[in-house]
Each structure stands twice: as C-alpha cells, then as structure tokens.
Design a protein around this ligand. Structure first.
Ligand code: AMP
Length: 425
C-alpha cells in the first residue's frame, strides 16, 4: 500500500520512521518532509497546506492512504478533499478539526457534554475582554481562539498582564485572524499530561501517556514554545486516573462529537491538568503532538500503518497496540533565540555518531540539506529521543546523544523528564 504523509516536522519524521517498518507499506512519500524523512521514503516538494496539489499527487501516484501530521491542513479540510477523491485519509474532517482550530467550539463541546475544564468566557472585542479581565482579581489565562502553532496562550499572574495579552492578540493581531476571538479562563494548578488516543468515530484506543515541556526555560520558565521535550510514560497517570480520564473526558468527547454531527476520527489529543479537584482539559489537539509523538512512537511495537487503516475503516476494535515497557525521553535542540528570532543555515555536526547509539533516534524537525551538509532551518531543529531501563536512564541516554551533536547557537532545556524521575533514581 502506497502512503502519502503530509508534514515536515519531528512528528512526521517519527511517523515516517514507524510507517517505513510496516509489512503493509509499498512506497512512502512525504510532502514536503525533511532530511530525516528522506531516510524513510521519498520527499515530495509540495507544501503541507497545498490541498489541491497533494490530492492531485495522490491521484497520480496510486496512493491508498494519506496521513496528515499537522493541524493547519486538517482545519482547512484536507481529509474531506482526499475522501472526495476516493482516497482514505487519516485524521478528522474539517468539522471535527474545529476541536483544535476553534477553542470557542471546543469549550462549547466541553460545556454541553459536562467535560471537566477551566471556567471560561469568549470575547470578540478587546473592550469586552479588557473589562472582564479587569473585573477579576485572580490570575487568568488568555488564549487566541484560532490556531497559533502552540504559542497562542498567555498564562497571566495579574489582570494587567492579562489585558496586555488580550491587546497583543486582538489589537496588535500577533496571530492574525486566529486572534479574532479570545478565550479568558481561570488559571489551573497541577501537573500536565497529554493523553493521546486513536479514535475511529466509535472506538477509543488510548496510547501510552506522555508529558511535554512547553516553556523555553528550565523549571518551566519563559515564554511558551511548540514544545521543548517530552517523556513517556507519565507516571502521574495511574490506572484509576486513566479510567477516570477515559470516562470523564474521552468518551463524552467522542459521543458529543457524534451528537454534534462532527464525528471524530484520527488521533484525539487531550492536554490535561491534574488539579486537586481531578483532571481538567486545557486543550484538545486533533493530531499527534510534537514532540510527544517522538517518545510515544519510539515505544510502539505494533504496525502503525495497520492501526491507521483500522481507524479509517472504523474497525479499531480489531487491532491491539503493543508497547515497549521501557520509558523514552525526547530532548528538543533548538536554534538560539527561539521562540523569538533566530538564525538559520548553521551546519549541524555529530548526527551520525549520535544515530549510532543504541536505543537512540535523532528525529529531524527544522533541518535542511545544503551542499551535502545538514543545516538548521527552523526554531526546533532536532528531537533527540532515547529509551532506557528507567526514565532516568532514558534521560541520561538522550542527553548523551544531545552532547554529541552541535551547531552554532544550539539550545536545549537540561531538565526534560525531571518531573518524572523519582528521587530514588
Ligand atoms: P494550550 O495550548 O491551551 O494547551 O495551552 C498551552 C499551555 O498553557 C498549556 O500546556 C499550559 O501549560 C498552559 N495553560 C493553558 N490553559 C491553562 C489554564 N487554564 N491554567 C493554567 N495553565 C494553562
């Protein structure tokens, strides 16, 4: 079976790597891909948001399944377009992708299905948002309702900061139309976890747990990024807690989406805060998370292509997922200056030596090939991922690999997975 994978980040390299191991795979094409995905299949020079170009390519290259990595093409209706062309596509249709693309929609689904989340209000004028924030004397979280590459959320400790955030989003329009509406919600306290599940419209199959690290700095300081690292599993999610999450969050979401006539198919990602009052949804994503996918897929032993086909065909109950019990840790190496301005084109050294380490995968994200060398081409450059007997071992392995790799200005957090390492380790 020939597959077209859409996207070009670390997540897509991890997906391509696993798909390439499938017994069912014929040819794997990645559009547009990166130098890492080029080691797993053939990169095709079509942008991930060029829906028409991608569908045309699939029609003329005998593609049986399209796998969509990022959220933007999903929100733009790429799955609908593939299905109109008679090609199976892994991911939700545009109506269901609103769960991520429109936080006001997500809040409404949560409200009408009694799914636990922070109290919130939506505003479409700055004046109203400002008046509301000023009336609150507790910390608030201000979010652009639309897609902002994971950077549209401001956690504010006082109303003045909250008003400034709303101004940046609604008046300075730093996220463009994604900031036409803001959501202002109560700030929640607790540890965060990401729960990813395969959903086929009816059946839910939860993957191993993970936790990402959004802020740029050690100790969760500084501005939010696309994600600076992740580990799997997240020991905080005990079995009873997972049952509670499935019962209180995943099942009502899938049911609610059916009732809303936007049935859900693909990967459903619930970003949760484990508060003292129980799990609360911070956000939904409608695709694999980046970088959580890297440690999760490193641990997946089953055939990913078979699982994706089962999701598309509505027969997820026929597959089983097998996992490597060993933990995995992914450390993101970023360009100096990210998430603000950074330079590109820095030559990366040490990739081959790191790739030779046992139980290590160096997933490419913002890289490019230039004159036979791999150079930096984005903010998040590499996702260095390693397994180990314990989470502490996996962390040590990942940083050993990180320390073999270098490029001018390279930056990474040094505390990835510390939250999960027990003092005894
Ligand atoms: P989101 O994209 O909505 O998950 O938000 C990005 C990050 O902002 C989350 O991973 C949390 O760290 C933080 N965040 C979002 N909503 C809240 C909230 N209600 N309370 C505290 N932190 C939050």
């Amino acid at each position: 079976m020939n597959v077209l994978l859409v996207g070009s980040g670390g997540r897509e390299h991890a997906i391509a790597w696993r798909l390439a191991q499938s017994k069912k795979l014929g040819k794997l094409h990645i559009a547009p891909g990166n130098p890492g995905t080029a080691q797993c299949g053939r990169n095709v020079d079509i942008g991930s948001e060029d829906v028409e170009g991608l569908v045309d390519f699939a029609k003329s290259n005998d593609i049986a399944l399209a796998v969509i990595g990022p959220e933007n093409p999903l929100a733009a209706g790429i799955v609908d377009a593939f299905e109109r062309a008679g090609i199976k596509a892994f991911g939700p249709c545009a109506g269901a992708a609103q769960l991520e693309a429109d936080k006001a929609f997500a809040k409404q689904i949560m409200r009408s299905n009694a799914i636990p989340t922070a109290e919130s209000r939506a505003f479409d004028t700055f004046a109203d948002a400002k008046a509301y924030i000023a009336s609150r004397d507790e910390p608030v979280v201000v979010k652009a309702a639309g897609l902002a590459a994971g950077k549209g959320v401001f956690v504010c400790d006082d109303p003045a900061d909250g008003i400034l955030a709303a101004e940046k989003i609604m008046i300075d329009r730093i996220f463009g139309d994604a900031g036409n509406v803001v959501i202002v919600e109560d700030k929640l306290l607790g540890q965060e976890v990401s729960i990813l599940a395969f959903v086929d419209g009816r059946n839910i199959y939860v993957m191993e747990t993970s936790q990402d690290h959004k802020p740029i700095g050690d100790g969760d300081t500084g501005p939010n990024t696309g994600g600076m690292g992740a580990y799997s599993p997240a020991p905080i999610v005990t079995e009873p807690l997972m049952s509670q999450i499935v019962r209180e969050v995943l099942v009502p979401t899938v049911d609610g989406m059916n009732r809303n006539s936007t049935p859900y198919r693909g990967v459903l990602y619930a970003g949760l805060m484990m508060t003292q009052a129980g799990p609360r949804v911070l956000e939904f994503n409608v695709r694999f998370g980046d970088p959580e996918t890297q440690p999760i897929l490193m641990r997946l032993k089953s055939d990913l292509l078979e699982v994706m086909c089962a999701v598309c065909d509505g027969r997820l109950d026929e597959v089983t997922l097998e996992w490597d019990p060993r933990p995995a840790v992914c450390v993101v190496m970023a360009s100096g200056g990210y998430p603000a301005d950074y330079e590109k084109g820095k030559v990366i050294s040490g990739l081959d030596a790191a790739a030779e380490m046992e139980d290590v995968m160096v997933f490419h994200a913002g890289t490019a090939e230039k004159d036979g060398q791999i150079v930096t081409a984005g903010g998040r450059v590499l996702g260095v991922t390693a397994m180990g007997a314990t989470i502490a071992d996996a962390k040590a392995n990942a940083y050993r690999a990180v320390d073999m790799i270098d490029f001018e200005g390279a930056y990474c957090r040094r505390d990835i997975a510390d939250k999960a390492v027990s003092p005894a380790e």
